[in-house]
Ligand binder design. Structure first.
Ligand code: PDD
Length: 286
């Protein structure tokens, strides 16, 4: 079955899904995006994703071309048209098409595109069982990572470096030696007192949707959540470490740079958080 994309109100074959060369997303990275997980035919945490989308748009003064309700209808249709049971939706909104000029255009309608694809859960099983490696890289992004902008070049470079070093993710480290977040995920550690630690969403990180659902989960558990920065050194000495995102959910980290975490074995608390995650994430039936 051929894939179907959504481009500015129309469903079109993926192969023929184009935007104009003067779309400001293409020329200036002037746009924002969301990635939502689809699990067992349900869109996970759609309300939280829409809320964050709306925040990103308003921070950049982009007026959305669609309201939430009709957008959700189109998202569900897209998932159904592509027959995705487990996978992802990618949604991008840009300021739209206008002659190239740094200043915002007047009266230009924003563009919206979406794709949906299947990702077999089995393809990720080995990673969950073995855990992944991360490398540390110097923070070199702009000062607004709280906006989910499509301007992701530093993230791409960091993740490429990780790949070249045989790792899965790169953790940005700030000037004080503190872990900020991953190239496409939030960073977490668990210390010897079983405290689950992640950086506060104080503007220096993206406020991950998966992160929020994990907060709800920890609230109901015997573990304690602490929102504070942690150093790379602390992470290396941690009992466990993991990353979170819509694409990885709770993915155990077993190596940071050249240091094994917990002897290189997947941590039990991270494993438990992953196994019980969907009891806490909101599911929207398609
Ligand atoms: N990335 N931090 C960054 C920099 C991210 O790009 C992401 C998500 C997250 C986690 O957010 P969430 O839990 O809402 O997925 C944190 C997506 C998956 C991506 O760029 O593909």
């Amino acid at each position: 079955m051929s894939r179907i994309a959504f481009v500015n109100g129309q469903f079109v074959p993926h192969m023929a899904a184009y935007v104009h060369i003067e779309d400001r997303g293409y020329q200036f990275a002037d746009g924002v995006y969301e990635v939502c997980e689809i699990k067992d035919g349900q869109i996970i945490d759609i309300d939280r994703h829409l809320k964050r989308l709306s925040y990103s748009l308003s921070e950049l003064q982009i007026i959305p071309a669609m309201k939430d309700q009709p957008l959700v209808v189109k998202m569900k249709q897209l998932v159904a048209k592509n027959r995705v049971k487990d996978g992802l939706i990618y949604l991008q909104v840009t300021r739209g098409v206008a002659p190239r000029n740094h200043v915002f255009p007047q009266n230009t309608k924003s563009s919206i595109v979406m794709t949906a694809k299947s990702v077999s859960p089995a393809s990720k099983t080995a990673q969950y069982e073995k855990g992944v490696a991360v490398i540390s890289v110097a923070e070199n992004r702009w000062s607004r990572p709280d906006i989910k902008t499509i301007g992701l070049l530093p993230n791409c470079l960091a993740k490429q470096e990780a790949k070249e070093q045989g790792a899965f993710e790169a953790w940005f480290i700030d000037e004080d030696g503190l872990v900020v977040e991953g190239g496409s995920s939030n960073a977490w550690i668990i210390n010897q007192d079983n405290e689950i630690i992640t950086r506060k969403a104080d503007g220096s990180i993206l406020k991950g949707i998966t992160r929020e659902a994990i907060f709800n989960q920890i609230d109901k558990s015997e573990y304690r959540l602490i929102e504070r920065p942690f150093s790379l050194r602390e992470a290396i000495l941690a009992k466990e470490a993991f990353i979170s995102s819509a694409t990885t959910i709770v993915m155990p980290v077993v190596k940071i740079d050249n240091h094994l975490i917990a002897g290189g074995k997947v941590g039990q608390i991270a494993k438990l958080l992953f196994e019980k995650y969907y009891n806490y994430a909101q599911k929207t039936t398609i």
